[in-house]
Design a protein around this ligand. Sequence first.
Ligand code: URA
Length: 248
Amino acid sequence: MEVRLNKYIAESGFASRRKAEEYIVQGRVLLNGKVVKNLSTKVDPFTDVVYVDDIKLKLKEKIYFLLNKPKGVITSTADEKNRRTVVDLIRTSEKIFPVGRLDYNTTGVLLLTNDGEFSNKLTQPKNKFKRVYIATIDKDLTEKDKEKLLSGVYIEKDKGKFLSGVQTKKRKGKFTEISFVKENNYKIVKATTVEGRNHFVKNMFSSLGYRVNELGRESFGGVTVKGLREGEYRIFTYKEIKKLMDNS
Ligand code: URA
């Protein structure tokens, strides 16, 4: 996740982006020991070392956690009904927030961070990170419906502004892969999508008359919660972040 040098300098609190550009052009900025005057130079915040004059810059600490979300916890930083949130499960003094959203009773992979740019990158639809879900549905998924889910179904009423006021329109969604977790069991479905819309999996199935009774996210961009029990978490490392970014 490289950033432009002037942005990096501004994020360190040393100077505004405009001032930073002046320093760069004046040859006062060293990147990994070398003077850089090119304004489009990019910096890897995790590995590069930047000095302005003789001062080594340091970014505000960014922190990343990987949680195996349990049931009965809301994916938010606070709840008006005082229910437990995913942030309550993590011991840190940093102001972190969840990356995207899992429903109250959905389990599995959830990242949390104080890095807004990282979060945006992962959740922006155009970046198409793969999400793999295991859904237990209330009746056998037929072959015909499986094909429909793969080719696309209308799932939600989207609020859009039109000249005549606010109207609703339905938008299509689709899974990119569907398989069954157990042989001869057509109720436990592994479904892959690049979509992050709220309640996406449930809405997909309910559009064809199925109810999702259990839902777990097995992976996000290749990241799994292997080794973590439900409710457990660990630091998500810079190395893992790099690998995840390569998976988009
Ligand atoms: N889709 C859903 O319906 N719920 C989730 O929690 C995640 C994806």
